[in-house]
Design a protein around this ligand. Structure first.
Ligand code: FES
Length: 156
């Protein structure tokens, strides 16, 4: 199965539009294939309860995530963007998440200057064996975004 078809399949399985303030919350979760996606998959396999109001975008490595993709998600109407990858030191490609961490930290600091509440962007690390941690991370993030409600406006 090609990656895009897998993403679609994973995304559609993970989506259940919860309605807050009259419209569904849209959360994008960008997960690296080797750790966080496997952790999320493990949470599903273990039937750990988790929110359904997010769409997963599976990437080979967090080092592949261009910060512009995050801006694009917000521009296109995302209410929150969560990025998760392998723990520092565990990247499948050795150092991809070290580069990613630098980019995401700058992004985290920039987001409020764009008029986006800082709680709407989060990056973290979840390994393939941390299904329970994934459950906690995604539940906390999606709940926080839902409490903020839909983001006003589209322009950055
Ligand atoms: Fe997971 Fe690089 S492969 S962060």
């Amino acid at each position: 199965m090609v990656a895009s078809a897998q993403n679609k399949e994973a995304g559609s399985a993970a989506v259940s539009e919860g309605v807050v303030q009259g419209r569904p919350i849209k959360v994008v979760a960008i997960l690296c294939n080797w750790c966080s996606y496997a952790g999320a998959d493990g949470a599903g396999t273990a039937r750990l309860s988790q929110p359904h109001d997010f769409r997963i975008v599976r990437v080979p490595c967090t080092g592949r995530v261009d910060p512009l993709l995050v801006f694009k998600a917000f521009e296109k109407g995302a209410d929150g963007v969560l990025i998760s990858g392998c723990h520092p030191g565990d990247c499948h490609y050795s150092e991809g998440n070290y580069y990613a961490r630098r980019k995401f930290e700058l992004l985290r600091r920039m987001v409020p200057h764009l008029g986006i509440e800082p709680e709407r962007f989060h990056y973290t690390w979840v390994s393939a064996s941390e299904a329970a941690r994934w459950q906690e991370v995604v539940t906390t993030f999606v709940t926080g975004v839902a409490e903020l409600g839909p983001r006003e406006g589209r322009a950055l």
